[in-house]
Design a protein around this ligand. Structure first.
Ligand code: GDP
Ligand code: IMO
Ligand code: MG
Length: 428
């Protein structure tokens, strides 16, 4: 048995989809443990690009079981659309299961997500508008409607009627929007239930049986460490726990079963949505990174904010996730730069701090302290082994690794499977 968690170390979009797909070759089971279709994971196989929002990135391997754990929030309409999308692309979805305890994204969640962003105005979070905040609020508030409810129409109808009555009060009185019709929602969701009911099961039992049978399991994180509801740049975060600890609560697998935690690290930094970002570059260098790295959101198409690599953030991600290895992605995007900067600390009120601050107002005042490293002019996209990388590229990787005290296990120099150097197998 081997287990690995694939976790984003920054603000998401680090390349988790690509690395998950790559390691999935050795995995028997691939599990999503949190988030919903706010995620956008891109996987490129040969010349075909797959954009996945909800279904684990292991789905492209025929013999791999894929699981949506209880910590994930599922919009059934999006799930069915994604299943059809895969079918149209010729991908057979056979061994795929959804936790009976996963909460359902309902129409009022999407509506309230967008309405609350409008109400906040300039203070908005910049959410994806998929209903993520409101569905997790209901889960914690014990108003959640779960996958298992779809299997018993009377229970489902009763719960929806009760919750919609309350939601309509908020929708009308707080946001001044047209109320929703509970019967219409029930009918719509009963239609979805017909299509997905066979997939719903107790996935904690399933995953633990696989572990007991000595199988390899990969846990695929969505979002990233700085978007974590507890450890991220609150309140500019998502509403789940993408950090490695989220695996246990989000799947029903105990912490003693987790062996490796692979941090996915983009060779520079990006962020979508609002909130402080110390190394952000609002200049030509930032534009260059956005153009060369195609930094436009998979889910919303928004331009991603770009900046230099930030080792204060990675050091923090090492601490809160217990990382055992790093997968550095998009190294190729830095090809051709004269020099590359790495943020090694923050200047705050005249002092240099090394620990990532927990308060967003403090972070907003932090000025990055940079170390400047020489760049490299060679094209790295065709390179197949670490030794063949340009000397300065190796120096860059070694520098990052030494700063945070964690080995580089994977280096990625392009979106395709082949454009990767694996220094150590994480699922042995
Ligand atoms: P995720 O949300 O963490 O899965 O990341 P996204 O898929 O949203 O964004 C990463 C983007 O970078 C995708 O378009 C990938 O195809 C692409 N990508 C991944 N690794 C590399 C790499 O090493 N080099 C380049 N140039 N692109 C990459
Ligand atoms: P992947 O898995 C990047 C951001 C949104 C917003 C904040 C809250 O592709 O890395 P939400 O809709 O979750 O309530 O939005 O979180 N966000 C992401 N940013 N990558 C993601 O996922 C994200 N999922 C949410 O932009 O700032
Ligand atoms: Mg993404």
């Amino acid at each position: 048995m081997s287990t690995v968690v694939v976790v984003g170390t920054q603000w998401g979009d680090e390349g988790k989809g690509k690395i998950t797909d790559l390691i999935s070759e050795q995995a028997d089971v691939v599990v999503r443990y949190q988030g919903g279709n706010n995620a956008g994971h891109t996987v490129v196989v040969d010349d075909v690009t797959y954009k996945l929002h909800l279904i684990p990135s292991g789905i492209l391997y025929q013999d791999t079981k894929c699981v949506i754990g209880n910590g994930v929030v599922v919009d059934p309409k999006v799930l069915i659309k994604e299943l059809n999308y895969l079918k149209e692309k010729g991908v057979k979805v056979t061994d795929f299961y959804i936790s009976s305890k996963a909460n359902l994204i309902m129409p009022y969640h999407r509506l309230l997500d967008k309405a609350e962003e409008v109400r906040k105005g300039d203070g908005k979070i910049g959410t994806t508008g998929k209903g993520i905040g409101p569905v997790y609020m209901d889960k914690i508030g014990r108003f959640g409607i779960r996958m298992e409810d779809l299997l018993t129409p009377e229970i489902f109808a009763a719960k929806v009627k009760e919750v919609v009555e309350l939601k309509n009060l908020i929708i009308e009185k707080v946001y001044d929007i047209e109320p929703l019709d509970a019967d219409e929602i029930i009918e719509e969701y009963m239609g979805y239930a017909e299509e997905i009911k066979e997939l719903i099961t107790d996935t904690s039992v399933l995953i633990n049986q696989e572990l007991a049978a000595d199988k390899n399991v990969l846990f695929e994180g969505a979002q990233g460490t700085l978007l974590d509801i507890d450890h991220g740049t609150y309140p500019f975060v998502t509403s789940s726990n993408p950090t490695a600890g989220g695996v246990c609560s989000g799947t029903g697998v105990g912490p003693t079963k987790i062996e490796e935690v692979l941090g996915i690290v983009k060779a520079y930094t990006t962020r979508v949505g609002e909130g402080p970002f110390p190394t952000e570059l609002e200049d030509q260098v930032g534009e260059h990174l956005r153009d060369k790295g195609h930094e436009f959101g998979t889910t919303t198409g928004r331009a991603r904010r770009c900046g230099w690599f930030d080792a204060v953030i990675l050091d923090y991600a090492v601490r809160v996730n217990g990382l055992t290895g790093l997968a550095v992605t998009k190294l190729d995007v830095l090809d051709g730069m004269d020099e590359i900067k790495v943020c090694t600390g923050y200047r705050y009120q005249g002092e240099v701090i090394k620990e990532f601050p927990t308060r967003d107002d403090i972070l907003a005042e932090c000025e990055p302290v940079y170390e400047t490293l020489p760049g490299w002019q060679e094209d790295t996209t065709q390179i197949k082994s670490y030794d063949q990388l340009p000397e300065n590229a190796k120096k860059y990787l070694d520098y990052i690794s030494e700063l945070v005290g964690v080995e580089v296990s994977i280096v990625s120099v392009g979106p395709k499977r082949k454009e990767t150097m694996i220094l150590r197998d994480l699922l042995a």
